[in-house]
Design a protein around this ligand. Sequence first.
Ligand SMILES: Nc1ncnc2c1ncn2[C@@H]1O[C@H](COP(=O)(O)OP(=O)(O)O)[C@@H](O)[C@H]1O
Ligand SMILES: [Mg+2]
Length: 255
Amino acid sequence: MEQVRLTTRDYSLFYGEFRALNKISLSIPANRITAFIGPSGCGKSTLLRSFNRMNELIPGVRTEGTVLLDEGDIFREDVVNLRKRVGMVFQRPNPFPKSIYDNVTYGPRVHGMRNRSKLAAIAEESLTRAALWDEVKDQLHKSAMALSGGQQQRLCIARAIAVSPEVILMDEPASALDPVATIKIEELMNSLKEKYTIVIVTHNMQQAARVSDFTAFLLTDENRAGNMVEFGPTNRIFTSPSDRRTEDYITGRFG
Ligand SMILES: Nc1ncnc2c1ncn2[C@@H]1O[C@H](COP(=O)(O)OP(=O)(O)O)[C@@H](O)[C@H]1O
Ligand SMILES: [Mg+2]
């Protein structure tokens, strides 16, 4: 049995009257990469954003059901602390218009750390884990905006790592990058799972098959609500899905 990091039970999310997620029940294993796949609009990003309560920033959002991090109810947790435990990386690299060093030490400083040598050690460790240190160690005070897109995305991963999260959420983290930068991000994810639980959204099924250990397939029903059709080990989902709709999707019959 896998250790479970994140759990949803009968979890639904409404944007106003519209039910975007319909009673999703799912257990995401710790120290593995889980991919959410499915056609555009099926609720992948909404489900991902649920795990650090990012959807709450959107007016009119309401939820039902349970979401647990480890054994704890995320809705009872202090949201600042929750977002420290559950970091997020977005589709477009979004470094702050500040130096590389200021970007990667931003989180620890917000959380009150002032000790310069500790901050420097966190910067080095986070950039090393994000496979960026060797490329930037001599230019830490250069603007992050001068980095390539792929480097900026690895910097955003380093920034997420710097506050020691348990989970890193990634919403199509490579979709704005070229193929070489994409492979680097995929290799990086693979090295990160030793220490973190990773959940990614991808519309690229080859990517899901390459990088993830587990896959959840989501699909909208007749009311446009996102349902989870199937969840399991990635190789099983891709080689012998148990639901016909999963098979149709992964063989490219729709979506
Ligand atoms: N801020 C929002 N307000 C209202 N509806 C939204 C909002 N964000 C997403 N939706 C709707 O929720 C559904 C799921 O969207 P999303 O989670 O972005 O899907 P995916 O990431 O799978 O493409 C879609 O029908 C989308 O139009
Ligand atoms: Mg999306």
